[in-house]
Design a binder for this molecule. Structure first.
Ligand SMILES: Nc1ncnc2c1ncn2[C@@H]1O[C@H](COP(=O)(O)OP(=O)(O)O)[C@@H](O)[C@H]1O
Ligand SMILES: [Mg+2]
Length: 301
């Protein structure tokens, strides 16, 4: 048998599933694919119609059948989870290679589900309680009057993360969220991380880039969207190991893992299935988009 080493290197048709054609991340992926001679396009996930016809998954973009794609890069926002993951599942059924699976997106989409999967896999995480279902006072007792973090389950970019320094404030916040029907977690505040965290990008079982983010003065959230700054960082063996374990546990081939440096070692905060590329590429000078295209090339059927 002659093994054709060029099979996965032939140019392929790749679509980026994104509502933001002009976003840095989308443009970076487009360029990385074009540099490899692939046919690249951006398709808006909300413009698809999904059908099952005669037992087969059929996809329409507006009213045109989509059957010529080899691979897709889903960039599904939090506001579009149901339709977005349904679309990715359809591509999976049609045998199209996806840079992230529908299962991986769902595993990481809400912070509590993500936490359950991480802790079950033995990955260190901050002590956390799911709120909203039981007596607030009992929940708060877990934290011995220490400052706590309150987070809504589907927040992003640091929005929906609150540092509550008094029991009175925590109580009022929790009651507000409960009466608004918003789901949240209470979490121990890792004070020693001093407003910094690590963002590690994992592609195909390898940490391809990492940066340390520091919050702006007066904040505790290190998200770049909240005015944080970033610098390259060399991960310790333990940090690298938890990042890789987290990606594996959530079944995400491509993801961003947020890690807090605590006195008891690295703690995983969350895993993002659609990590922004701008901050990490400009900070580290690494071409993450190229790594993602490489993953698709290696896994293209
Ligand atoms: N338990 C915590 N202790 C200390 N800082 C935290 C904690 N949780 C979150 N933070 C800070 O807030 C930021 C945003 O929290 P995160 O859980 O990553 O939510 P988001 O999805 O909004 O990025 C983190 O990057 C970190 O700087
Ligand atoms: Mg985060």
């Amino acid at each position: 048998m002659i093994f054709n080493f060029n099979t996965y290197l032939s140019p392929v048709n790749i679509a980026i599933l994104s509502r933001g054609e002009n976003l840095y991340s989308t443009q970076s992926l487009l360029k990385a694919g074009e540099d490899r001679n692939h046919t690249m396009e951006v398709l808006n996930p909300t413009f698809f119609n999904l059908a099952v016809e005669n037992g087969n998954a059929v996809l329409y973009y507006h009213d045109e059948v989509v059957d010529d794609l080899n691979a897709v890069i889903p960039r599904i926002g939090a506001s579009n989870t149901f339709q977005g993951t349904s679309l990715v599942r359809h591509f999976e059924a049609a045998g199209v290679t996806c840079s992230v699976s529908s299962e991986g997106i769902l595993n990481s989409r809400d912070k509590w589900t993500c936490f359950q999967i991480l802790s079950r896999a033995g990955i260190p995480v901050p002590n956390t309680v799911l709120g909203g279902y039981y007596d607030v006072e009992i929940l708060l007792q877990k934290f011995n009057n220490q400052p706590i973090i309150i987070k809504i389950l589907e927040g992003t970019h640091g929005q929906g993360v609150i540092l509550s320094e008094s029991k009175q404030n925590a109580l009022a916040t929790v009651e507000t969220l409960q009466t608004s029907g918003v789901k949240f977690v209470l979490q121990e505040y890792i004070e020693e991380s001093k407003g910094t965290d690590i963002r590690a990008i994992v592609v195909d079982g390898v940490v391809v880039a990492a940066m340390k983010r520091t919050c702006k003065a007066g904040d505790f959230r290190s998200n770049l969207h909240r005015g944080g700054t970033s610098a390259t960082v060399q991960l310790s063996y333990d940090e690298e190991r938890v990042a890789l374990k987290a990606a594996k546990a959530l079944r995400l081939a491509v993801c961003g893992v947020d890690i807090l440096q605590s006195d008891r070692g690295p703690l995983v905060l969350e895993v993002n299935s659609t990590p922004g590329l701008e901050g990490i590429e400009t900070t580290t000078g690494k071409n993450i988009a190229r790594s993602i295209i490489g993953y698709l090339e290696r896994n293209n059927r």
